[in-house]
Design a binder for this molecule. Sequence first.
Ligand code: B12
Length: 437
Amino acid sequence: MAMAPRRELLLVNPRASYFFIDLLQRVFTGNPVPYVFLILSALTPRSWGVRVINKKDVWLPGDFKAGQLVGITCLTASVTEAYRLADRFRKAGSKVVLGGPHVSARPDEALGHADSVVIGEAESAWPQILKDYEAGALQDKYLGLPLDDFFSPVFDSFLKLDPQLLSRAGIHVDRGCKYNCDFCAKLSGKCRFIKIEQVLALIQKIRDASRPFFGRKPFIVFRCDNIFSNPAYAKKLFRELAKLDVAWGANCSIDIAFDEEALQLAQASGCRDLLVGFETVHPKEYKKTDLAQIHSGEDYIKAVKAVRRHKIGVVGSFIVGFDDYRPKDYLKLLWLLLRLRLHHSLLTILTPYPGSRLFDRLKSEGRIFSYGWKRYNFLNCVFKPKHMSVTALYAWFFLVRAVSLCVSPQFIMSFIYAWVIYMLSFHASQYLIYGRF
Ligand code: B12
């Protein structure tokens, strides 16, 4: 009896279209395999062959083969490269499925480069895509409806992952965020969380495989939207984490600073750093939270002090380019950054990502002057600021950036250089191509 040919799935994470942006990310983030690939691999039957290509820089003609299903994940900053690769794979005779935040926001544009696109989440759409591919009947668009329990179908496969890989990928405990910031690119929807037993099982796996280095606890990265989206869930998680003797860091909203119980539990559970989005020096005008305690930059300072009292470091994320910013506000921002003396601060230029309300508003006001997606990376200005020229915005951005870096405790150049060289050589040699997870 003739055997059915083995099906081949190739998953591609394209590099960010600008070399420099990509380099920065590889160096500073450890170039994790996109989480969605761990999910797609888990949802694909074992009879399929799966290969993953994570940010390959140089593609040779021989890489573009016929007869495979190619899944490409697309952020706006990498979508130009994604489309280029998709076109080449299709030309070679493979079928291409595109997904990710950019594709969910602009499915029709993406369909110009793909056989199918997924709008939304993969978990609910992927099994049908595989069936349709096998039947030779791929549809144009698949609606990936959000599942309440999105993690249980893949949990067993995650438990079998290589612990090093899992540790670098981090743990996503949530989908969606309780806030609805107009600049956020993620079509957020309802907040959903994975079961706490599942989080603990994954952490145990990472912890048991780690080798303590000079007595340091294994470090867990939660790559969630907001670890404090649901305070009751967060506190329960912190209580359980305390039993595991690990250290951890996560994205978190500043309201945690006003919940003493949560801070105590976070400290006891091994929390080392929280990445907090402060965004603006005008928290009252650019309302993100309904926190009674936050009215001004002064309140940020109090909040950061409260977190620090629990020996938790704060990495602050700020955005320049809001409509209410005039030159004096950049001086205020500078002054705030100097006074906050954060562990580290991130400064980015407001970017209207497709899918965000900000994109729709600036577009309707005719203020977006570039739709070159590769420029949508937080370091380019693609719209006309309200009270100043684009050049002036860049000038303030670089000035605030430079001054805040100079006073940052992390600004020890020799260490940074050593680190960059180490990471570059490390990444040059590893993590490009994987087999099935
Ligand atoms: C971790 C993270 C990173 C990591 C790793 C990124 C990665 N590719 O894994 C690092 C630090 C490297 C990073 C970098 C950047 N990031 Co980032 N990041 C995130 C974060 C916090 C989590 C991503 C994640 O893993 N989510 C969980 C997975 C499961 O969700 P997902 O990737 O969206 O995938 C689901 C669906 O989209 C879909 N899907 C996705 N891909 C595919 C592919 C196929 C074939 C299919 C079928 C389905 C599918 O199915 C998945 C499961 O349901 C998100 C915020 C968020 N909540 O998603 C921002 C986010 C993705 N990042 C964002 C941005 C802007 C950036 C940067 C440009 C920032 C910068 N200036 O450097 C860069 C760009 C990197 C690049 N390659 O070009 C934006 C993207 C907006 C946009 N439209 O592009 C987000 C959404 C943040 C935000 N709210 O604005 N990021």
